[in-house]
Design a protein around this ligand. Structure first.
Ligand SMILES: *[C@@H]1O[C@H](CO)[C@@H](O)[C@H](O)[C@H]1NC(C)=O
Ligand SMILES: *[C@@H]1O[C@H](CO)[C@@H](O)[C@H](O)[C@H]1NC(C)=O
Ligand SMILES: *[C@@H]1O[C@H](CO)[C@@H](O)[C@H](O)[C@H]1NC(C)=O
Ligand SMILES: *[C@@H]1O[C@H](CO)[C@@H](O)[C@H](O)[C@H]1NC(C)=O
Length: 485
């Protein structure tokens, strides 16, 4: 029996796993590394981990015997059945109170199930979102752990030490909530990332097609934006991408084929928003925009067949319009985050989670792809009022959207006239206008449903009572139970 020397064990020595181990080692924790292909363990110890305190294990049993109690084992393996397989292999060597952490990109229903199954065996399960890519894993990721709350005090010192730090020094890791909530919040993070990227891309297309700007001119604008309220990782890398020249001196980005890939987390967010009944329209549009982009051949044919606006040309003041573009981007981004937090709020109701919203904003503040100064403001909003019904109701965001709205409307109006697609910018404004309408035309919709399907309607003067009207004065008794549309 080996001595229990390690603070935590880590299974899976792909890049993310290796980098997290080295990060933990930097912060004074002893890590025991394991990989199914045990030669990888030796290679890692002889190379990347040479001269560190990292120890290796060549079997699951050896791994578990080297861990201090309660044992903490983190999995960084492919999401899906590999996670369940490793859990099954670990169980014979664990005892009550030991902790299994899944740091992979698991779908949250799996984490809900695993928390429950393992709780019945006395094992504490944590499903943790890990964001920030390889670089983040090595020098400070955003970590979003959720699961069995009893695990938190044991993993907190390690997790908060290795996570990214916000500019005020706070760790970008806090407890998210029960069972699947850590992976849920990571999923929403990825969806928001889709939205942020799509918004920037729409602004880029307006600058390019509408204003005829050069890539260097655009880079200068992004440089300026990055000093203000739009300050964020994605604005920063966009500036660098726009500036980047190919060997022939031309911007490389111009040469890249305009078909977007996706790994599926944006789609998961979109599907889940439909399941929860929450209009997360901006992420939905961002996913669809990637789908449309990948129909390259069909678009090429359409470009020759379908008519656009004739002689449409931007005639306004370019400098003023660029400033308005920044405002439209900012306001749309506020809407996207408001939608994301609405979704998490509904999930918390549906799954009975106590979500820590200020903590979530803090976890996204640094380390991850959507990190931005703006998340500091979201954190303040939820710090001021943990029960905030909607991010847009917070006075800061209420005023920010009010201030931006004229510019936002003008940008979208111009884009429509010029025939430049703005699915995300427009849906954000449409959502904003929908939300601020006390009356929507769903009265007519209910009448239509009652007309053809006898689905009944409620009266404004008496919510909760259902009425059916004989609209046509014709025909027999139509009943909602036999006709469903
Ligand atoms: C083992 O390491 C390789 C990379 O060296 C990695 O691709 C794989 O996911 C790891 N697998 C497990 C289960 O440890
Ligand atoms: C998930 O956690 C919540 C809050 O503790 C709990 O009410 C719910 O039953 C859990 N879900 C499952 C499937 O165990
Ligand atoms: C609807 O109204 C017409 C005309 O008054 C009447 O003949 C008919 O029976 C009514 N239908 C039902 C289902 O009540
Ligand atoms: C329609 O249904 C109602 C309630 O079931 C019944 O009272 C009425 O007589 C029906 N009318 C006709 C025209 O069948």
């Amino acid at each position: 029996m080996s001595q229990a020397v390690a603070d935590i064990g880590l299974i899976g020595l792909a890049v993310m796993g290796q980098n997290l181990i080295l990060n933990m080692n930097d912060h004074g924790f002893t890590v025991c590394a394991y990989n199914r292909t045990t030669s990888k363990v030796d290679l890692f110890l002889e190379n990347e981990a040479k001269g560190t305190n990292v120890v290796g294990a060549h079997s699951i049993e050896e791994l578990c015997s080297k861990l201090k109690r309660p044992r903490k084992v983190m999995l960084l393996v492919k999401a899906g059945s590999a996670v369940d397989n490793f859990i099954d292999q670990l169980l014979p060597f664990l005892e009550k109170g030991d902790i299994i952490i899944d740091g992979g990109n698991s779908h949250f229903p799996d984490s809900i199930r695993r928390t429950k199954e393992l709780e019945a065996k006395g094992i504490l399960f944590v499903g943790s979102g890990v964001s920030g890519g390889e670089e983040g894993a090595r020098f400070g990721p955003s970590l979003m752990p959720g699961g069995n709350p009893a695990a938190w005090e044991h993993i907190k010192p390690i997790f908060q030490a290795i996570a990214a730090k916000a500019p005020d020094g706070a760790s970008c890791c806090d407890w998210v909530g029960e069972n699947g909530s850590g992976h849920y919040v990571k999923m929403v993070h990825n969806g928001i990332e889709y939205g942020d990227m799509q918004l920037i891309c729409e602004v880029y297309q307006i600058m390019l097609e509408g204003l005829g700007m050069s890539h260097d001119e655009m880079a200068t604008v992004f440089e300026e934006w990055n000093k203000g309220e739009l300050d964020s990782f994605l604005i920063e890398i966009t500036r660098d991408i726009l500036k980047f020249k190919d060997t022939d001196g031309k911007p490389l980005v111009e040469k890249i084929r305009d078909t977007a890939g996706q790994k599926g987390t944006g789609k998961w967010t979109g599907i889940d928003s439909l399941d929860r009944g929450i209009p997360v329209t901006l992420i939905g549009e961002a996913v669809y925009a990637r789908c449309l982009s990948s129909l390259k051949d069909e678009r090429t044919r359409a470009s020759k067949l379908l008519e656009g606006p004739k002689n449409a040309k931007f005639t306004g003041d370019k400098k003023v319009f660029i400033d308005q573009l920044g405002q439209a981007l900012y306001a749309s981004k506020i809407v996207s985050y408001a939608q994301g937090f609405m979704l998490m709020r509904q999930a918390a109701l549906d799954f009975d989670w106590n979500l820590n919203y200020a903590g979530i904003a803090l976890m996204w503040r640094g380390g991850c792809i959507i990190r931005s100064a703006f998340l500091g403001k979201i954190r303040e909003a939820y710090d001021n009022n943990g029960k905030l019904e909607n991010l847009l109701f917070d006075s800061f965001f209420q005023e920010a959207t009010a201030k931006a709205q004229d510019a936002w409307r003008n940008v979208i109006a111009q884009a429509v006239i010029l025939g430049i697609p703005t699915p995300a910018l427009s849906t954000a404004l449409n959502f904003y206008d929908g939300l601020r309408h006390e009356m929507l035309p769903a009265n007519l919709l209910q009448a239509q449903r009652d007309y053809f399907g006898a689905h009944t309607y409620e009266l404004l003067s008496a919510p909760g009572t259902h009425h059916h009207t004989n609209w046509t004065g014709r025909g027999g008794n139509v009943s909602a139970s036999t006709y469903d549309a």
